[in-house]
Design a protein around this ligand. Structure first.
Ligand SMILES: [Zn+2]
Length: 105
């Protein structure tokens, strides 16, 4: 698609317009929904879109935007994460799991 957003901010605006307006976060207790406040195991989260951005000059700036749906309240939202070499390896593993959820659809 030629109208794919080119920046993280652009992706967030694009997804908010598509109904993915809630903020999700990833923590030790799993995938936390900003709408209902519930944490979920990643296996239960439905990943709808993935946007990947390369840092223009610095690989540390690499970022991924996930559009997902909360399995509890069904709110659509986004999770933004850096995926560069500086990322926490445990967190990176969780993000790979999210990507698998997307690619396995
Ligand atoms: Zn929720």
């Amino acid at each position: 698609m030629s109208d794919e957003p080119a920046t993280v901010l652009g992706a967030l605006q694009f997804l908010a317009a598509e109904g993915f307006a809630v903020s999700f976060s990833l923590g030790p207790d799993g995938f936390r929904c900003g709408a209902c406040g519930t944490a979920h195991v990643l296996e239960s989260v439905e990943v709808v879109r993935v946007f990947r951005f390369e840092g223009p000059s610095d690989p540390e700036e690499e970022a991924v935007v996930y559009a997902a749906r909360c399995p509890f309240c069904e709110a659509g939202g986004t999770l933004v994460s850096s995926f560069g070499p500086g990322a926490d390896p445990e967190l990176a593993d969780r993000l790979v799991l999210l990507e698998t959820r997307f690619e396995g659809r």
